[in-house]
Design a protein around this ligand. Structure first.
Ligand SMILES: [Zn+2]
Ligand SMILES: [Zn+2]
Length: 178
């Protein structure tokens, strides 16, 4: 991480933690209407996808949690991805999703700096039951992957970005329905 890049991430984290709905509305009003509409549609598409995934019991998601309640490591993982994307230094799928064309995009804690469009989420995949698939993204613990030592896959959404990660039981910080 370059110094400027690191500074941008930390500054954004401060802003994110202090965001109020009023600030968001004020910022949103500065974008052209077509951009707001597309970004809104993309965010809605992500939320629906997340809710469907959660309904099938595949992943947990903590999207209703205020930013400051997420631990620092996941906030910085999300912001690092967004800063790289906006700075043009992220790797992307061949469809080259760009912040100027709002659409749902995805990234994962285990593939830093890679942004893919909604059609290319398989690029974020890792072999099921591989060691990478069983590594906690918070503490690095490699879980056994059975009932006693499971991995908890989850996603957080930030605007049009959905960011995936997996944690061990010790690092899980949200309540599950089960
Ligand atoms: Zn793509
Ligand atoms: Zn852990």
């Amino acid at each position: 991480m370059t110094t400027d890049h690191g500074r941008a991430v930390l500054a954004l984290d401060d802003i994110l933690c202090d965001l109020t709905p009023e600030t968001l509305t004020a910022v949103g009003d500065r974008f052209p209407a077509w951009y707001r509409d597309q970004a809104q549609a993309a965010a809605t598409q992500i939320r629906t996808g997340l809710q469907n995934a959660a309904a099938r019991g595949r992943v947990d998601h903590a999207e209703d949690m205020p930013a400051r309640e997420h631990p620092g490591w996941i906030r910085l993982s999300v912001l690092d991805t967004l800063v790289r994307w906006f700075a043009g230094t992220a790797d992307t799928c061949l469809h080259n999703p760009h912040p100027s064309r709002p659409q749902p995009v995805a990234s994962a804690a285990w593939k830093p700096g890679l942004i893919v469009c909604g059609h290319c989420t398989r690029l974020l995949g890792i072999g099921t039951d591989s060691e990478a698939d069983r590594t906690c993204d918070a503490c690095g613990h490699i879980v056994a992957g059975d009932d006693t030592d499971p991995i908890y896959p989850f996603t957080v959404a930030c605007g049009v970005l959905i960011h995936a990660a997996g944690v061990c039981a010790n690092c899980r910080y949200w309540q599950t329905a089960a």
